[in-house]
Design a protein around this ligand. Structure first.
Ligand code: UT7
Length: 333
């Protein structure tokens, strides 16, 4: 059996910075509340008139990841694209990437697992490589939230959290069985689907029906924040421990934890519970907010760019979000 290894990383964030004070101008919120409850200081939102979308940002991040991998677009055998904010209802963003990067007619798969999307996506790619089916897979997480948020006080519980951005990596076959993705662990609990949801438009509740009812805002994200928070802290810990145990590792063996950037308080809770020092947990939610399926790969890319990930390090990716879904990946770098 082969092993898979990340050989190139890239990220793309739109230039337009939206501070907490900017949001306070359009809704009843304030910098103190946002920072205290979430740790977020600012986020990036695509500016009106920009060409950026989830697929476009994903392509920008992917180009960087491919270049850094030393491969060319022609070397990529398959694409896995994770997002909850696709450009179209269908087809998914994966095929747009194939076209935008002018790749040969490789297969493209879209993953719909929200905040856990990137970790699910890397798990899928890892299986394709481990079985020998593919050699080089482009794995992307990208989100364009800002155009779909309720930018009035009614939506403040969710809107202040979400940001736009993209990250990508090239996962490649490796002959070294000691390094690369050691294992991935995936879970879901669909009974809580409605705790964090964009309910429509859905085939069962299509656009004309929504338009008929002025009070119907089921096309905006809804979140039961406290319920999600309580589940997140439990599931994050569980799925990290599950991954460590599967590899005979201990909490102290983690060199870098890259948690999904949902809320700085969640990451700090996990850090404290695991007794980890600040330099072993990477957070950038302060600057980018929660970019859901893009957050883990943006954070991993930045941690690597800043020289915080070294050869042989045990790197743990972990995520929890809508579905509920949660997942971890244990990597020896
Ligand atoms: O990425 C997927 C996974 N997502 C998560 O894991 C997120 C988990 N949840 C959270 O991070 C937190 O629950 C939030 C940050 C979303 C909210 O924080 P909270 O401490 O749970 O606040 P809350 O929703 O209980 O609201 C507390 C108060 C309410 O006012 P009252 O009813 O006490 O008068 C809200 O209306 O804060 C109010 N509030 C706000 N005030 C100012 C809610 N949003 C805002 C806001 N600015 N943006």
């Amino acid at each position: 059996m082969y092993n898979s290894k990340i050989i190139g990383l890239g990220k793309y964030l739109p230039d337009h910075v939206v501070t907490n004070d900017d949001l306070a101008k359009i809704m009843d919120t304030n910098d103190e509340w946002i920072q205290e409850r979430t740790g977020i200081k600012e986020r990036r939102w695509i500016e009106e008139g920009s060409e950026d979308t989830s697929a476009v940002m994903g392509a920008k991040a992917a180009r960087i990841a491919i270049e850094r991998s030393g491969l060319t677009n022609d070397d990529i055998d398959f694409i896995v694209f994770a997002t909850l904010s696709p450009d179209y209802y269908f087809p998914g963003c994966g095929v747009q990437i194939q076209d935008m990067l002018d790749m040969p007619t490789v297969g493209a798969l879209d993953v719909r697992n929200q905040c856990s999307g990137f970790v699910y996506a890397i798990s899928v790619a890892d299986q394709f490589i481990k079985t020998g089916m593919y050699k080089n897979i482009l794995v992307i997480g990208a989100e364009y939230h800002s155009n779909g948020l309720d930018k009035t006080t009614r939506g403040r519980g969710v809107t202040v959290i979400f940001g736009d951005g993209a990250g990508a990596c090239v996962l490649s076959r490796s002959e070294d069985n000691e390094k690369g993705i050691l294992s991935t662990h995936l879970h879901s609990e669909g009974k809580y689907a409605d705790k964090l949801i964009v309910k429509s438009p859905s085939i069962a509740h299509w656009v004309p029906e929504i338009m008929e009812n002025e009070g119907d805002v089921s096309y905006f994200p809804y979140m039961d924040g406290q319920f999600v928070f309580k589940n997140a802290v439990v599931r994050f810990s569980e799925v990290i421990m599950e991954g460590l145990k599967a590899n005979n590792l201990e909490k102290d063996d983690i060199d870098m934890l890259i948690p999904h950037q949902a809320n700085l308080r969640i990451a700090q809770f996990i850090q404290k519970k695991f007794g980890m020092s600040d330099d072993k947990v990477y957070n950038n939610i302060m600057r980018y907010g929660n970019t859901t399926a893009a957050s883990v790969i943006i954070a991993l890319t930045e941690a690597w760019e800043e020289g915080k990930i070294n050869s042989d390090d045990i790197v743990v990716l972990a995520a929890f979000g809508s579905g509920f879904t949660w997942a971890s990946a244990i990597i020896r770098w």
